[in-house]
Write a protein that binds this ligand. Structure first.
Ligand code: HSE
Length: 307
């Protein structure tokens, strides 16, 4: 059995508009890296980044704690965390660390868990940052590609994305609240109109069809959400302008990435991706917000690295 395993897991964007808590897409913008090593006892978190060191409040730490308990592992585990994904911007940063931790733990102790169990354990880590468990980001980070999270019981369905799908993500320089996901989940209405749910359901279904038929245009045109985006967009200064600019520059669909505040535009490899990115930055600039933009493709999931 290995004494040390390193796993790299990608950024993910959740929801894709109407698929709140159900859709996730792994994207190759950034990566987190987790190295797990066996130690005598306990759980020790080692990182040069500003992250909680208590396993209960650290996504990777909570995953390791839960897996250690479930599989009655007596060894201690050291968790080394290398963050590549900016935290708190709707890029699945906490989820990537949780996903990498679950996959690394599985390898370190040779558990051979199936994908649904890996996602379930990775999701248990999200509680440390989001307050509640949701599987969209972790499922994408574990499996890669486009994922549909079917719950009760958890069953993650993966669909290979079209190879010509491209995304532009604009990450605004905003001060995000500490428990941002929790805060941004709090603004979503508890009750919704039937007509809105029908609209979202029709768009969500069309997105799935778009992934199945490898059609970036159908995916992009169906990124329309009349429930969550309208409730959250006030938390993102300049959002309407960013969206308008991106669409004008040729994006096919635009929405909030996960719980925000990053905004993601969907396009194809034929689109002028630099133009779209610049247009998004200009949108944020109109609200006096600086932003960083990343052009990206769908990514594979968490992989272990030879070190
Ligand atoms: N589906 C989750 C949300 C993703 O939108 O709150 C959070 O990253």
């Amino acid at each position: 059995m290995a004494a040390k395993v390193t796993v790299k897991a990608p950024t993910s964007t959740a929801n894709l508009g109407p698929g709140f808590d159900v859709f996730g897409l792994a994207i190759d913008a950034f990566f987190d890296e987790i190295t797990l090593s066996k130690i005598k006892s306990g759980i020790s978190i080692v990182t040069e980044y500003k992250l909680p060191k208590n396993p209960n409040s650290n996504t990777a730490g909570l995953v390791v704690k839960n897996m250690k308990k479930k599989f009655k592992i007596k060894d201690g585990v050291e968790i080394k965390i290398k963050k590549g994904i900016p935290a708190g911007f709707g890029m699945g940063s906490s989820a990537a660390s949780a996903a990498a931790a679950a996959v690394a733990f599985d390898k370190l102790f040779n558990l051979k868990l199936d994908n649904n169990l890996l996602v379930e354990f990775a999701g248990s880590g999200e509680k440390a940052s989001a307050g509640t468990i949701h599987y969209d980001n972790v499922a994408a980070s574990v499996l890669g590609g486009f994922v549909i999270v079917k719950t009760n019981p958890l069953n993650v369905i993966k669909v290979e994305p079209p190879t010509n799908l491209r995304m532009c993500v604009a990450i605004p320089s905003l001060d995000v609240p500490k428990k941002k996901t929790k805060v941004s989940r709090g603004v979503i209405p508890k009750k919704i109109k039937l007509s809105d749910s029908i609209l979202n359901l029709s768009n969500a279904s069309a997105i799935v069809a778009g992934f199945m038929t490898k059609d970036p245009s159908l995916i992009g045109k169906s990124i329309v959400d009349v429930i969550v985006e309208p409730a959250r967009k006030h938390m993102i200064p300049g959002f309407d302008q960013v969206k308008k600019n991106a669409l004008k520059a040729g994006a096919i669909g635009v929405t909030i990435s996960g719980a925000g505040p990053s905004v993601i535009a969907f396009a194809s490899n034929k689109s002028d991706l630099k133009k779209i990115s610049k247009a998004m930055s200009r949108g944020f600039a109109s609200a006096k917000i600086e932003s960083q933009t990343v052009i990206c493709k769908p990514s594979i999931g968490a992989i272990s690295m030879k070190k």
